[in-house]
Design a protein around this ligand. Sequence first.
Ligand code: MGD
Ligand code: MGD
Ligand code: MO
Length: 765
Amino acid sequence: MDHPVASPKRSSAAGGWGALKSCGKHLLGSRAPLSGARAMLKANQPDGFDCPGCAWGDPEHGSSFEFCENGVKAVSWEATDKRTPPKFFAKHTVSELRGWTDYALEGEGRLTHPMRYDAQSDRYVPTTWPEAFAAIGASLRGLDHPDQAEFYTSGRASNEAAYLYQLFARHYGTNNFPDCSNMCHEASGIALQAAIGIGKGTVLLEDFEKAGAIFVVGQNPGTNHPRMLGDLRKAAQRGTRVVVFNPVRERGLERFADPQNTVEMLRGSSAPVASHYYQPRLGGDMAAFRGIAKAVFAVDDAALAAGKASVLDRAFLSHHTAGLAAYRAAVDATTWEAIEDQSGLSRADIEVAAGVYLGADKVICTWAMGVTQHRHSVATIRELANVMFLRGHVGRPGAGLCPVRGHSNVQGDRTVGINEKPPAALLDALETTFGFTAPRKHGHNVIAAIGAMLDGSAKAFIGLGGNFARATPDTTLVAKALSSCELTVHIATKLNHSHLVPGRVAYLLPCLGRTEIDRNAKGKTQIVTVEDSMSMVHGSGGINKPASKELLSEIAIIAGMAAATVGSDRVDWAALTEDYDGIRDLIERTIPGFTGYNVRVRRPRGFMLRNLAAERNFETETGFANFSADALPEATEHQRARNAPGTFVLQTFRSHDQYNTTIYGMDDRYRGVYGERRVVFAHPDDLAEIRALTGDRVDIVGTHDDGVTRVAESFRLVPFDMPRGSLAGYYPELNVLVPLSTFGEGSDTPTSKSVMVRLRAPVAA
Ligand SMILES: Nc1nc2c(c(=O)[nH]1)N[C@H]1C(S)=C(S)[C@@H](COP(=O)(O)OP(=O)(O)OC[C@H]3O[C@@H](n4cnc5c(=O)[nH]c(N)nc54)[C@H](O)[C@@H]3O)O[C@H]1N2
Ligand SMILES: Nc1nc2c(c(=O)[nH]1)N[C@H]1C(S)=C(S)[C@@H](COP(=O)(O)OP(=O)(O)OC[C@H]3O[C@@H](n4cnc5c(=O)[nH]c(N)nc54)[C@H](O)[C@@H]3O)O[C@H]1N2
Ligand SMILES: [Mo]
C-alpha cells in the first residue's frame, strides 16, 4: 500500500516489553502501587481473588504470577487510593459532571459514601444506608406493578450477589432482568442452546493444548483476552494452525511476545500467532463458513466417488446429529458468487481454510463480539456449529465450540438465574423453597427495558454495577429513559455517566470491589464465587483494605434493599449477609449442578459444572445436536453500504486502554494510536477517494432511516488495513450512532458491529 498507514510499528510484536512497561505505569500510576502489586500476586490464585479482567479459564498448575496486562489494569483501577468523597459532590453539580468524559469521571477514584440525589441543589448529598434502603423499599412498594421495575446486572457480580438479586426481584414479582449479556454473548447462548442444548461452550483450557487447528473468529484477544493469546501462542509454537477471521489486521493476532517467557523477553523475540489471517467483510462470517462447508462437502463427494473413506465423521453425524440433509441442501443452494460477495473472501482462500479444517483431527472454534453484534449473529453462530459438527468436533478432547466471554462472571450470573426468560424449573424450585409465587411472565431484556422506560411503562431502574447509560445504543434516548424514572439506584465502585441521569428519587450506593476484604459483623472474612468461560466455578476472596469504611458488599446492599421491599418473612436476608455459605446452600437447593457447593468450591481450583454437551449428551428438542439450514442474509449492511455511494458500515470496538466504558488511558498501542480516542479507522483507498477528508476531521452521521438524527462529531480519520467500505472506531463514544431500532434476529443484541453511516466535513465551529 502506498498510503500512509497508522504508525503501528509493524516489526514490533504485541505483548512483550510494551505490555510490561504499561503494567508498571498502571501499577505506579494507581497511586497505590503496594496494594496494587500485592493484589496482582493474588489474582487467579487459589487463595486470592478472581481477576476482574476477563472470564478466561485458569490453568490447573498456574505459574505463581499469571501475568496479564489487562488484569494489572483492572486491579490497579480498583486498588487506587484516589477517592470521590461527599466533598467532591458538594463541589460539582450533576449537570456540570455530565460534561466530563468517562475517563475523567472514573479518574476521580473510588466512591466512598452512600449518596442521595437532591434535585433542588442538583447535587448528590450524603445519606445513611438505613435511609437509602427505606426510601428504595418505599418507592418500589409504591409502584402499581412489579413489572414497572428493571433490575440490570453487569457481569462482574458474583454468583452469590447475582443469586440474591434475582431472588429479591422475583420475590418482589418481576422477571425484568436486562443484563450486559444482552449486548454481548446473547446470540451465543441462544444459538448454542438450539444447536447443542446448552448455552455455553464445550471446551476446557486443556483442549487448547490438544487441538490441531484453532479458528479464532471476530475477536481481538491481544487486547481483550491476553491470557488466551498466551495459550494461542503456545499452541502455534507446537504447530497448531491458528486461523483468524477478522476484517481488521490486529497486531496481537499476528505476532506476540509472551511477557511470562523470560528468554523471549531478553532476546526481544516474538512468535507468530496466526498461521492464516482472513479479512472478511463485516458480517461476512456466515458466508465464509458456508463456503468452508461447501468446500468440505465437495472434498467428501470426491472421496466417496473415488471409493475412498468419507472425510466427514459419519458415526458422529448419524448417532448424534439431526438435520444434516436439510443443511446439505442449504449449502448446495448457496452459490460461490453469493459467498464471495458477502464474505469478501475468494473461493480459493476459503478452500485453503477448508483444507486446514480437513487437515486437523481436532478443531476448536472460538468467537466473540465480531460475530455476536450483527443482525444475523444467531444464524452465524449456528453456521459455525454446523461446520464443527461435520467432523465431530464437539464433545471430545482437543475440539469444541468456545464463545469467549467478556465480564469475569457473566456466565455465572446466567447460571444462577439472571435471565428474563427463566426456565420453569427454576421458578418451581424458588416457589418450593421460599413459598412465594414466582412471576411466570417473561421479563425485559436491555432493548425492552429501554423501550419501557421511554414509554413510561417502567418507572424504576436498579443497576447492579455497570454503566447502562453508556453501554447501550442511542445514548441520548437512554439518558432520557433513565432520567424519566421515578427511582434510579446504582450500586457501583466508581462514578460514571449512568449516575448522572438520575430519576426523581435517586441513590448512588458504593460497594466493595473484588480485590477487597469482605468481613461480616463478627469480623469473619467471606468469599464469593464465580464461573469462567470453561464452566469452572471457583472462590474469590479479596486481600486489600476496603476503599472506605462506609462501603458495603454488593450482597449486603441487595439484602438491605430486599428486606426493606419484601420483608424478611420468607428469606432471612440479614442472616444470608452474615454468612455467604447460606446463599451457596440456597443455590445448591434451587439450581442444578451445585451439589456440595460449599465444600467443592473451597478446593484449590474449584469445580467444573457438568456440561452435558461436552459429553455428547445433547439436551435439545430433538435430543441430537441440531444442524441449522438458514439461507445467508439477503444483504449484509456491508453489502448495502457498498451499493450506496458515500455510505459506510461502521463497527465499534475496544481500544487497548479501556475496559468497556471504563477508560484507563488514551492510547491504543497495538493500532498505533496515541493520546486520543476520537478517531475513525478506514481503508486508505477510501480515504483517497474522499480526498478532501484524508487525515482530516469528520463528523460521522447515521443513515439508518427511523426518524432519529444521529451524529458523532469531529473524529480524526486514520488509515488502516481493513476492507474497503468499512469503518471502525471506539465504543462508548460511538454509541450515539448505534440505533436502538436495529438488533440481532432472535437475540435482540444491538448491532454495534454494523452501523450504517456517512461521513461529512465538520460543521465549522
Ligand atoms: N482490556 C479489555 N478486556 C476486555 C474488555 C475490554 O473492554 N477491555 N471487555 C470484555 C468484554 S465485556 C468482552 S465481551 C470482550 C470483548 O472482546 P472482543 O470481542 O475481542 O471485543 P471487541 O474490541 O469488540 O473486538 C471485536 C473484534 O472483532 C472484529 N470484528 C468486528 N466485526 C467483525 C465481523 O463482522 N467479523 C469478524 N470476523 N470480525 C469482526 C474487530 O475487528 C475486533 O478485532 O472482552 C472482555 N475483555
Ligand atoms: N457500541 C458498543 N456498545 C457495546 C459494546 C460494543 O462492543 N460496542 N459491547 C457491549 C458489551 S460486550 C458489554 S459486556 C457491555 C458492558 O456494559 P456494562 O457492564 O454495563 O459496562 P461496564 O463498562 O463494564 O461498567 C463499568 C462500571 O462498572 C462499575 N463497577 C466496576 N467494578 C464493579 C464492581 O465490582 N461492583 C459494582 N457494583 N460495580 C462495579 C463501575 O462503576 C464502572 O463505572 O457494553 C456493551 N456495549
Ligand atoms: Mo461483554
